[in-house]
Design a protein around this ligand. Structure first.
Ligand SMILES: Nc1nc2c(ncn2[C@@H]2O[C@H](COP(=O)(O)OP(=O)(O)OP(=O)(O)O)[C@@H](O)[C@H]2O)c(=O)[nH]1
Ligand SMILES: [Mg+2]
Length: 380
C-alpha cells in the first residue's frame, strides 16, 4: 500500500464483518496496521456487544425480537432479525467488493446469520470469505450439529471458508491452565488468520495478492490452523519458518496432506531475495507435491528489524476429537517456543509418551516407568 489514496481505495472495497459476540470481539481486536486497510463492521442483536466494540460501523438488528439482547442460541430468532434488517445490510454492503466474515458457530447470531449473509453477498456478486470456529466438543452435541449445518450452508455460498476447530487449536492443555488463557489463545489464532488474509489482499509487493489464488486456497474442505514465530532480523528467516511450522502443531502426515499454505512475512527490514527463497523453499520441501503455497511480504517499519512470520495451513483432514493421535507434531526448533505461543502449557506430560495411556500395572508397579527409576537405583 503506497499512499493514502490506495488505502482509501482498499477500505472502500474490503469489508470485515464480525457477526455475533465472538466475531465482533475478534474484529475489534485486529491490529491498526491491518484494520485501517478495511472497513470494519459489527452486526448483532446484542446491544452490549455492539456498544463495547471499537469498529467503525455497527448494525443493530432485531431490536423488537430480542429487546437488544443476544438470542440465547435461538437460530430462528436470529434469522428473523436478519430479514427484518435487510435494508441496513444492503446499504452497508453497497460498493463492497470483498467481504470477510468472522464469527463463532454455536450461538444463535453467528450460526443463523453468517449463512444468510453469505447468500445475500453471493446474490450481489461479492467475493466472500468466511472464518468460523467449530465449538468445543464439551459445548454439546446440539452446538456441534448446528456447526455442521451452518458449514454446509456457508460452503454453498462463500468462495472461501476457513474452519477452526477449537478442540484442535487448544490441543492438550495443562491441568492448571486458566480458562481465560485458552480463550485468549483462540482469539489470537483467529485474529492473526484474518490479518494474514488482509495482508495478502492488500499487499503491494511484487507478488500482490490476487483474489483467484485466495479463492483456490480457501476452497478446500477440512480444518485450518495458524502458526507464528518472531525473530530478530532477516538473517533468522529460516529459523522463523521453522518456528512457525512447529507452532502449527501438525504431525508430519498432516503437514504432508494439508491442501494449502499461506505464508505472511511481516518485516521491519528489507528482506534479501535469497533469504526469502530459502525460507519458503524449506516449507515447500515438507509439504505435499500438489499443495498450494502462497506468500506475501508486508513491511512494517515501526518494528525495527524484527520479523513476524505466520503460516496458515488449510485443508487439514478433520481430527477425531478424543481419538488416538499416533503422530507426534513436527518440531523443527530447539529454541524456546515462539512468542505468543507460550501461553498454554501444551506438553505437560509427567510420564513421557505414556502420559495418555493407562498404566501397565503388575504387582502394583507401573511397568511403563523404567526399572531403575521404579527401584530407586542410582546410575552414578
Ligand atoms: N475460544 C473462544 N470461543 C468463543 C468465545 N466466545 C464464543 N466462542 C465460541 O463461539 C460460539 C458462539 O458464541 P457467541 O459468539 O457468544 O454467540 P452469538 O453468535 O453471539 O449468539 P447468541 O449470543 O446466542 O445470540 C460459542 O459456542 C463458542 O464456541 C471466546 O471468547 N473464545
Ligand atoms: Mg451473543
Amino acid at each position: 500500500m503506497n499512499n493514502i489514496d490506495d488505502m482509501e481505495e482498499s477500505r472502500r472495497k474490503i469489508s470485515l464483518w464480525g457477526v455475533g459476540d465472538w466475531g465482533i470481539r475478534i474484529v475489534g481486536s485486529i491490529e491498526d496496521e491491518y484494520s485501517r486497510k478495511v472497513k470494519t463492521v459489527a452486526m448483532d442483536t446484542d446491544m452490549q456487544s455492539l456498544v463495547c466494540s471499537p469498529v467503525s460501523s455497527k448494525i443493530a438488528i432485531g431490536g423488537d425480537i430480542t429487546g437488544g439482547l443476544g438470542t440465547g442460541g435461538d437460530i430462528e430468532n436470529a434469522q428473523k432479525a436478519f430479514h427484518e434488517s435487510e435494508d441496513k445490510i444492503r446499504a452497508e454492503l453497497s460498493n463492497c467488493e470483498v467481504l470477510l466474515i468472522v464469527g463463532g458457530i454455536g450461538g444463535g447470531v453467528g450460526s443463523g446469520i453468517i449463512p444468510l449473509l453469505c447468500e445475500y453477498a453471493a446474490r450481489q456478486n461479492i467475493f466472500t470469505m468466511v472464518f468460523i470456529s467449530r465449538p468445543f466438543k464439551f459445548e454439546g452435541r446440539r452446538k456441534n450439529q448446528c456447526f455442521q449445518h451452518a458449514r454446509e450452508k456457508i460452503k454453498e455460498r462463500a468462495v472461501g471458508l476457513a474452519c477452526f476447530s477449537l478442540d484442535r487449536l487448544v490441543g492438550r492443555v495443562g491441568d492448571d491452565t486458566p480458562h481465560e488463557e485458552v480463550f485468549h489463545y483462540c482469539d489470537r489464532i483467529l485474529r492473526e488468520s484474518v490479518e494474514c488474509i488482509i495482508a495478502y489482499l492488500t499487499s503491494s509487493t511484487p507478488n500482490r495478492g490476487d483474489y483467484a489464488s485466495l479463492k483456490n486456497l480457501l476452497s478446500y474442505d477440512g480444518e485450518t490452523v495458524l502458526g507464528a514465530c518472531e525473530v530478530d532480523g532477516p538473517e533468522d528467516l529460516t529459523e522463523a519458518i521453522k518456528g512457525a511450522i512447529s507452532a502449527l502443531s501438525l504431525s508430519a502426515s498432516e503437514l504432508g496432506s494439508s491442501e494449502g499454505f499461506l505464508v505472511q512475512i511481516d518485516s521491519g527490514a528489507e528482506l534479501p531475495f535469497h533469504g526469502v527463497g530459502k525460507a519458503i523453499g524449506f516449507l515447500a520441501g515438507l509439504i505435499g507435491d500438489d499443495a498450494e503455497l502462497l506468500y506475501t511480504i508486508t513491511r512494517n517499519q515501526s518494528q525495527g528489524r524484527k520479523i513476524i512470520l505466520r503460516i496458515i495451513a488449510v485443508g487439514i483432514p478433520e481430527k477425531k476429537v478424543g481419538g488416538l493421535t499416533p503422530d507426534m507434531p513436527v518440531t523443527l526448533t530447539t529454541q524456546a517456543p515462539p512468542r505468543k505461543q507460550t501461553m498454554i502449557d501444551f506438553n505437560k506430560f509427567t510420564r513421557g509418551v505414556f502420559a495418555e495411556s493407562d498404566p501397565t500395572l503388575s504387582d502394583g508397579e507401573d511397568l511403563d516407568i523404567p526399572t531403575f527409576v521404579r527401584k530407586g537405583i542410582s546410575l552414578d
